[in-house]
Ligand binder design. Structure first.
Ligand code: 4AD
Ligand code: MG
Length: 431
């Protein structure tokens, strides 16, 4: 028997079809059983009638529980009353796997749903999010593939920090100690001297204790690094790839956005308008004038400030020119003002936080050493990295994009935990 997906069966719209999937909802009477069937592509109402299938089969249908798996054969036709506008008049069916009483019913707490995440993955909400997630990954790859970048991989066990020691996961490594990757960056920079244009999508790890709606301890980090690139080139790629990613979701996922009750109109400006750009110093002025928030120059922007600022715009904004002291050691100084660095953050609209962090990289070995020393790092640990500045150093730069941050924003999620199949946070590492 050839099975059609529910989507294919509905596209066919009439005639005899075979479909298979899981019971999404069921209700019935003495004579007729309604089963809403779910598969990887959609849902379809199926009607099983006692006078069509016979008493014995009807008794089986009558006992069906939510999430039992089934194969069904029958006639599909338009029915405006059915949830998706089509109905299958079942002629015969087979139960493939019965289901115990499914533990997930309506109105359960987010924590319960996380405990049962392995089952909650079957929900239409998670299905919609994970389909959009896949498109965002694919589009990031396509954007860079089509521009001559190659996919390149760094180790996950790493010997140094890159984004600050306080968020490092320390791992016992036989008799030594190593760290889980915070970023691929210090292993991508050596490779630009060979391949010039690189990207990756890989897990990064941050031991951030903060229990916020936007931090995971394990997240998927999409990064690029490019030889000969200017700071402007890096910002342009950040804007370009975000436009491509959001554009792909708007083009392919109207249905999933509807399941998530996410208004596509909120995403449209991102593909239609240039992203506003401002320096850190200008951002402080805007915060003061338009939000009544007074941030002393030199202090990093906190979540509350980023959120207030982001709500003034309907696209991501790009802030650059941060004070050197609040940014990582590898960011290049501005030639005309060494107090500030050529590092940029892309802040999402609607308070979804930082989507991208990027920079031009410092090429002066002496300056790198000074900055690392000031951070209390042991210079000998960075010898391999210093070699990148010793043999034919070139201007270069790159960025890192948090995939789950982008997914949360695009899908309009309350928590970043729903942007990944099995979230890891300080308080959750099971199932
Ligand atoms: O700004 P970050 O720390 O930058 C870097 O790691 C650079 N080395 C990247 C580069 O230039 N190659 O992290 C980059 C992005 C952030 O903008 C944010 O979107 C995401 O990673 N991110 C997190 N996402 C989820 N949970 C966390 N705990 C995150 N920490 C950072
Ligand atoms: Mg950052």
């Amino acid at each position: 028997m050839d099975f059609l997906t529910i989507k294919e069966a509905m596209a066919q719209g009439g005639g005899t079809v075979s479909v298979r999937g899981w019971v999404y909802r069921e209700r019935g009477s003495a004579k007729v059983k309604f089963v809403v069937l779910r598969d990887g592509t959609g849902i379809l109402q199926c009607v099983i009638k006692r006078d069509v299938v016979g008493d014995e089969a009807f008794a089986v249908a009558d006992k069906l529980q939510v999430e039992a798996s089934l194969e069904l054969h029958g006639e599909i036709r338009v029915d405006e009353r059915a949830p998706t506008g089509f109905e299958l008049q079942v002629q015969s069916f087979t139960v493939v796997g019965e289901s115990d009483t499914f533990p997930i019913t309506k109105d359960q707490s987010p924590e319960f749903l996380l405990d049962k995440r392995h089952l909650w993955l079957r929900s239409r909400k998670m299905q919609a999010i994970l389909k959009i997630r896949a498109t965002l990954f694919k589009t990031f790859r396509e954007y860079f593939d089509s521009r001559g970048f190659i996919e390149y991989h760094s180790p996950i066990f790493q010997s140094t920090q890159c984004e600050g020691g306080s968020s490092l996961f320390r791992v016992k490594y036989f008799d030594a100690e190593t760290f889980l990757a915070q970023t691929w960056q210090l292993y991508a920079e050596p490779a630009i001297f060979s391949y010039e244009k690189l990207y990756t999508i890989a897990p990064s790890f941050r031991a951030e204790k903060s229990k916020t709606s936007r931090h995971l301890t394990e997240y998927w980090h999409a990064e690029m690094e490019q030889a000969w690139a200017s700071f402007e080139d890096i910002k342009a790629h950040g804007e370009g790839v975000l436009k491509a990613m959001v554009g792909a979701v708007l083009e392919k996922h109207a249905e999933e956005l509807a399941v998530l009750k996410r208004d596509p109109k909120l995403l449209k400006p991102t593909i239609e308008k240039p992203f506003p750009r401002m320096t850190y110093t200008e951002a402080l002025r805007i915060l003061k004038e338009r939000c009544g928030m007074d941030v002393p120059w030199g202090k990093d922007l906190r979540t509350v400030e980023e959120d207030k600022l982001s709500k003034l715009y309907d696209t991501p904004i790009i802030i650059d020119g941060y004070p050197k002291a609040v940014k990582a050691f590898y960011m290049k100084e501005f030639p005309d003002d060494p107090r500030v660095v050529q590092g940029c953050d892309f802040i999402a609209p609607e308070g979804y936080g930082e989507l991208i962090g990027g920079s031009a990289r410092e090429t002066s070995l002496e300056k790198l050493k000074e900055r690392l020393k000031a951070d209390g790092e042991k210079l000998e640990d960075y010898e391999y990295y210093f070699d990148t500045r010793r043999y034919g150093s070139v201007p270069h730069g790159g960025f890192g994009l948090g995939m789950e941050r982008v997914i949360s924003w695009v899908c309009g999620l309350d928590s970043i935990k729903d942007a990944i199949p099995f979230p890891r946070t300080p308080l959750r590492w099971t199932p």
